[in-house]
Design a protein around this ligand. Structure first.
Ligand code: URA
Length: 243
């Protein structure tokens, strides 16, 4: 997988905090490592937890260099039977597919159902994640949908006007439907209500039998990623959400 850790400018930080942030150790375990003499700064053993680390210093733990994680932005091609939650439940969390340190700190920006595949964005930038998911920011999500029954003729017009979902007061926001065949469509929606796509087709008397997210805003799922694979977002992909 591509390297993705950003260069981090740290100014000044206490050594015990630096160790915790870089390794995920608790403050008391970091202090024990210091006490044992496992920590060196620029090759000199340091035991003082309050030692000030500044830019350019090299901190090591048992001889291994430590680095603070930068802000991470990833795309993942989610396979079926994985969960967009931070813990494993009936199925494993998508975070278990990421072979990176401290994956548990990542936000999942827009969740997919366990049986849905495709583009999931992950980041530890809470503001960026909010831009992807907030209903106030219009960020289209495009899905490739397989249907159990042939689509009715009025589907495009009904989705453009908004449909009534079971249990909701408001109509759905206008959505763009592109028909690929009688039972395969592309649907772009700007909201993210619970099971929204499945409920929209249920409102037309149809049933979704396959659902795959292809794009979020201007970020397209990289076709070179097999199910379960991930890569870092490019600068342009990251900026496309802020813009
Ligand atoms: N809509 C759904 O019904 N399921 C998803 O996973 C995403 C959108």
């Amino acid at each position: 997988m591509a390297a993705f850790l950003a260069v981090v400018r740290i100014a000044i930080v206490r050594l015990d905090k630096f160790i915790c942030d870089a390794t995920g150790l608790t403050r008391s375990l970091a202090k024990k490592a210091l006490h044992r003499g496992d920590i060196a700064v620029d090759a000199i053993s340091i035991k003082d937890p309050g030692f000030k680390v500044t830019d350019g210093m090299q901190v090591t733990l048992a001889g291994e260099p430590l680095a603070l994680p930068g802000t991470r932005y990833l795309m993942l091609n989610k396979p079926q039977d994985t969960l967009c939650s931070t813990i494993d439940e009936y199925y494993p969390s998508v975070l278990s597919l990421l072979d990176i340190p401290r994956a548990e700190l990542l936000h999942i920006a827009g969740r997919l159902d366990a049986d849905t595949t495709g583009l999931v964005l992950l980041t530890d930038d809470g503001q960026w994640s909010h831009c992807v998911t907030s209903p106030k920011k219009i960020c289209g999500k495009r899905y490739r949908v397989q249907l159990a029954e042939p689509l009715i003729d009025t589907a495009e017009a009904q989705f453009a006007a908004g449909v009534q979902l079971h249990g909701e007061r408001e109509l759905t926001q206008p959505a763009l439907l592109q028909r690929l065949s009688a039972t395969e469509v592309l649907l772009t929606i700007s909201e993210g209500k619970y099971h929204q796509v499945k409920r929209m087709f249920a409102a037309l008397g149809n049933k979704v039998v396959g659902l795959h997210r292809e794009a979020v805003g201007d970020i397209e799922l990289d076709p070179s990623l097999a199910l379960g694979e991930w890569r870092a977002l490019t600068e342009a992909e990251i900026a496309s959400v802020r813009g």
